[in-house]
Write a protein that binds this ligand. Structure first.
Ligand code: NAD
Length: 458
């Protein structure tokens, strides 16, 4: 076995299916000792892996892409069983997850530097990019495959070795991907997965270890803040992909058919449990009645997949109940299956900017509709959030769409599109939605240090 899950632990923990709440598997429960032995492996493997020819690393990544695609049926079933998302969403995730290996297999051989002449002449400058070293990766449960591959693929392409801590809710997918990486030819120690129910113990062990040179975290803004504070002690190079509270803007002359189709994806993918999920729908007063009626009909017909946990259901319930108590109205509600951790698709009107449901990341299948007439006021409300990850605009005229897109404080804006995720583009947020980018050429730079040589010919 060349990709290992180390564990000295005799403890194990259960993974549950959100659709039934029943246990489906158990995995070793990693400890601080496991965290350290994972770094031992990664530090031991780093010299050889970072010295491996980029073309060879690229071909390993390309094989990983092919193996994941070939294994779509099994991986999608595994994702559905531990995360609860629908089969269609799980298959889409497997395709998206695999694409990071394809994209970064192509990028692995294109990490060019620069050669320059100093402004005063004479001196030459060579700028190069080298792997940062052992990277600690921490991922959430909502995309158990893609959030792992979006980090592993660029790290390996850059020549780094990694230790990965998946979310305790969804460790099985990460373990399955690690074993496919073994088959693809990833050498021993390059990727080590440490599942645990004590994330602070494992991750703080990594952050305190001098051999770890990089932290890449995807998860909530709250946990991101905690880890950034710990990373500060060692001035650790850190990338943060954090929470979102995406506005979805519809102008008076937008193509409503397209906006509705986009809204369904932007809101209900993964039952609303996406960092890019549209939370707040700013709909122009001229079309709001038609939008609410038509979107409401779709909402009522939805039989939504379960949420990740009982806590998630309780949180969404509290946000909706509080909004209703403060004057919001449940205009439309869908179905929620009898078993598992469920909350029905819900459309609220009368949502005010100061309500918690408008201010916090909902992470559930709830649509909040806010009516607008004045563009600048709408933009001010849309930007009145600590988050700035994704945003969406539907407008009839490109100039209006761009004016609104440029006015939105967001790292990514879907213009007449309900999806922004694409491995060839720089995914990430502004404000408290994060630091750094994943995907695109920028994604590999997160795992590299820049070094330059100043050259002279005496
Ligand atoms: P979370 O922050 O609770 O957990 C994320 C990861 O951090 C998990 O692996 C968890 O075990 C670990 N963790 C939790 N507490 C920790 C601690 N004290 N020390 C070290 N590690 C700790 O988030 P979640 O509930 O798993 O995921 C949902 C959140 O992730 C949402 O806020 C969502 O917006 C965000 N997210 C962001 C992106 C993005 O790209 N920006 C993508 C997906 C999800």
């Amino acid at each position: 076995m060349t990709v290992t899950t180390t564990s000295t632990a005799t403890r194990r923990f259960e993974v549950r299916n959100p659709a039934t709440t029943e246990p489906i598997a158990s995995v070793p429960d990693g400890t601080a000792a496991d965290a350290t032995s994972a770094v031992d492996a990664a530090a031991g493997a780093f010299p050889a892996w970072s010295a491996t020819a980029p073309r060879v690393r690229a071909e390993v990544l390309r094989r990983a892409y092919e193996l994941i695609v070939d294994d779509t049926d099994r991986l999608a079933a595994l994702i559905t069983s531990e995360n609860g998302k629908s089969d269609a969403d799980a298959r889409a995730e497997v395709g998206y997850a695999a694409e990071f290996f394809r994209w970064f297999s192509e990028e692995a051989v294109r990490t060019e530097g620069e050669y320059g002449v100093s402004p005063a002449g004479g001196t030459r400058t060579v700028v190069t990019h080298r792997p940062v070293g052992v990277a600690a990766l921490v991922t959430p449960w909502n995309f158990p495959a893609a959030m792992a591959t979006r980090k592993i693929a660029p790290a390996l392409a850059a020549g780094c070795t990694v230790v990965l801590k998946p979310a305790a809710e969804t460790p099985l997918t990460a373990l399955a991907i690690a074993s496919l990486l073994t088959q693809a030819g990833v050498p021993d120690g390059v990727v080590t997965v440490v599942p645990t129910t004590t994330p602070a113990e494992v991750v703080s062990t990594w952050l305190a270890d001098d051999r770890v040179r990089k932290l890449s975290f995807t998860g909530s803004t709250g946990v991101g803040r905690v880890l950034l504070k710990q990373a500060a002690d060692r001035v650790l190079n850190s990338s943060m992909e954090l929470g979102g509270n995406a506005p979805f803007v519809i102008t008076a002359d937008a193509d409503l058919d397209a906006a509705l189709a986009g809204a369904m994806i932007a809101k209900f993918r993964n039952a609303g449990q996406a960092c890019t999920a549209a939370n707040r729908f700013f709909v122009h007063a001229d079309v709001v009645d038609e939008f609410v009626a038509r979107f409401g009909a779709e909402v009522e017909a939805l039989d939504i997949a379960p949420l990740i946990s009982a806590d998630a259901v309780a949180k969404v319930t509290a946000l909706v109940d509080e909004a209703v108590a403060a004057g919001a109205v449940v205009r439309h509600q869908g179905l929620a299956g009898p078993d598992g951790w469920r909350y029905p698709a819900t459309l609220l009107t009368g949502v005010l900017p100061e309500m918690r449901i408008a201010r916090e990341e909902v992470f559930g299948p709830v649509v909040s509709v806010i009516t607008w007439t004045d563009r600048d006021e709408m933009l001010a409300q849309a930007n009145d959030s600590e988050h700035g990850l994704a945003a969406y605009v539907y407008a009839g005229r490109l100039q209006d769409a761009l004016r609104i897109a440029e006015g939105l404080e967001a790292g990514m804006v879907g213009v007449n599109r309900g999806v922004v995720s694409d491995p060839s583009t720089p995914f990430g947020g502004v404000k408290q939605s994060g630091i750094g980018r994943e995907g695109a050429r920028a994604g590999i730079r997160e795992y590299q240090e820049t070094q330059y040589f100043s050259l002279d010919w005496p």
